[in-house]
Ligand binder design. Structure first.
Ligand code: NAD
Length: 456
């Protein structure tokens, strides 16, 4: 295997940077640094740990424009999206800066003394993240892990390591002690596997494909490592005939083509009540034609290229020449991994494009005839990450939301992720929750202490 790794800019196919490629030795060294830094970090007073997180938030905010440009270039995402994502990194650190002083326990009435619980850090935590929202997803793990007193080894995706490396430098400059955050840039099959096996790593927090998630869960079983897994999705966007149809159709492209469809929460199956299918598609067509696909660094761009040539090839296979293309937007020619926003309809509910996670800008539209059928279609998937319900009937909206087996739903909206609310999947979309107060449960162990008083 080559000793260096070329980081490519997907909009130009040019090499952005050459980096040394880490292997097992570098992972072991990073784990050793994290282990050495653990005693001091976990015993820092809660207020001091909170202050350290706030300083990181301030330092990232001060460099928001540079970080956003780096992320936009490396991941091929529109600069306005990248600015929002780095803004979320700042918000995530500010939110979890409130946590060290609020890691509360319980006192529990028992005979013969006092029983109470405390929350202990897990130790060294391994963070493995994908390329679609590189620093944002890293921050969802870094901030609660550090707040709870853990030290970390972070492995970004090989395709998008630059923002993680920049973050490591910024955190050190902001006063984070050496060894608390350690970034390792190398292949998942080597570095990721070593992290999963490593006896000194207490937990793996992983975001990526369901396929790799399965391997990680199996590997982690050897050392009974804790795991949280944020995996793939094939989320349904259910549009009833009594919805604000124009609003639903105007919003649907953003929910399917945002980040060029490389979004685990993409509403990539649009289920539309049969009487309004034509009206919905006509309104959606207008919206798709308005999507500006192009230079990620242009502030008017809404969609950039795909991450790599391989990703584009995989995506394109779902819409061959004889595919039922109902709507197709535009994409630039020339260098860059471009692919136009594409809507497939009519299509069978069991066609590969309607079943598999495409992770690109292709969405299917499937009609339904009843509330029960909409729920059945929405649940007919191994995944359960996100979803939307569009209707003006509040009781129906809530009924359908309770019936859909998925972790995050929105009514008359396509949003999924907020710093303050738990995020994660049902079924094969994952295990555990990130963000909100719940993430802290996955970065701490509960310890029960009994103090004998002699009294009954
Ligand atoms: P991936 O699973 O290929 O890679 C994710 C990370 O795992 C990378 O850092 C990679 O190097 C590492 N990895 C690969 N093989 C490994 C192994 N055997 N052991 C340990 N680590 C290994 O995913 P990707 O292509 O980078 O990202 C796309 C996938 O991520 C999609 O399926 C998407 O739905 C999912 N995703 C999920 C969420 C969520 O929150 N649920 C968010 C974003 C992306």
């Amino acid at each position: 295997m080559s000793q260096t790794l070329s980081v490519i800019e997907p909009a130009t196919e040019a090499v952005l940077e050459e980096l040394p490629r880490a292997g097992v030795e570098e992972v072991d060294a990073a784990v050793a640094r994290a282990k050495a830094a653990l005693p001091a970090w976990r015993s820092l007073s809660p207020g001091d740990r909170a202050a350290a997180l706030r300083r990181i938030a301030d330092a990232v905010e001060a460099q928001l424009e540079d970080l956003a440009t780096l992320e936009a270039r490396n991941a091929g995402k529109p600069i306005t999206d990248a600015q929002g994502e780095i803004g979320m990194v700042v918000d995530t650190f500010r939110y979890y800066a409130g946590a060290p002083e609020r890691l509360l326990g319980d006192t529990i009435p028992v005979a013969g003394g006092m029983a109470f619980t405390v929350r202990e850090p897990l130790g060294v935590v391994g963070l493995i993240v994908p390329w679609n929202f590189p620093l944002t997803i890293a921050a969802w793990k870094l901030a609660p892990a550090l707040a709870a007193g853990n030290t970390v080894v972070l492995k970004p995706a090989e395709l998008t390591p630059l923002s993680a490396l920049a973050f490591e430098r910024i955190a050190l400059e902001a006063g984070l002690p050496e060894g608390v955050v350690n970034v390792v840039v190398g292949p998942g099959s080597v570095c990721g596997t070593r992290m999963v096996e490593h006896p000194d790593i207490a937990k793996i927090a992983f975001t990526g494909s369901t396929e790799v998630g399965r391997t990680i869960a199996a590997g982690a079983a050897q050392t009974i490592k804790r795991v949280t897994l944020e995996l793939g999705g094939k989320s349904a966007n259910v549009v009833f005939a009594d919805a604000d149809i124009e609003a639903a159709a105007a919003a649907a492209p953003g929910a399917a083509f945002g980040n060029a469809g490389q979004d685990c929460c993409a509403r990539s199956r649009i289920l539309v009540e049969r009487p309004i299918v034509d009206r919905f598609l006509a309104a959606m067509d207008d919206a798709v034609q308005q999507i500006r696909v192009g230079d990620p660094l242009d502030a008017s761009t809404a969609m950039g290229p795909l991450i790599s040539a391989g990703q584009r090839e995989q995506v394109a296979a779902y819409a061959p020449d004889d595919a039922p293309i109902a709507i197709r937007g535009k994409a630039p020619d020339g260098p860059g991994y471009w692919y136009p926003p594409t809507v497939l309809c009519p299509i069978d509910a069991d066609a590969p494009a309607a079943v598999e996670e495409i992770f690109g800008p292709i969405v299917v539209v499937i009609p339904f005839d009843s509330e029960a059928r909409a729920i059945e279609l929405a649940n007919d998937t191994i995944y359960g990450l996100s979803g939307s319900v569009w209707t003006r009937d509040g009781a129906k909206a809530l009924r359908v939301c309770r019936a859909i087996e998925t972790g995050n739903l929105s009514i008359n909206s396509n949003t999924s992720v907020r710093v303050a609310t738990p995020f994660g999947g049902f079924k094969q979309s994952g295990v555990g929750r990130e963000l909100g107060p719940h993430a802290l449960d996955h970065y701490t162990e509960i310890k029960t202490i009994f103090y004998a008083t002699g009294a009954q």
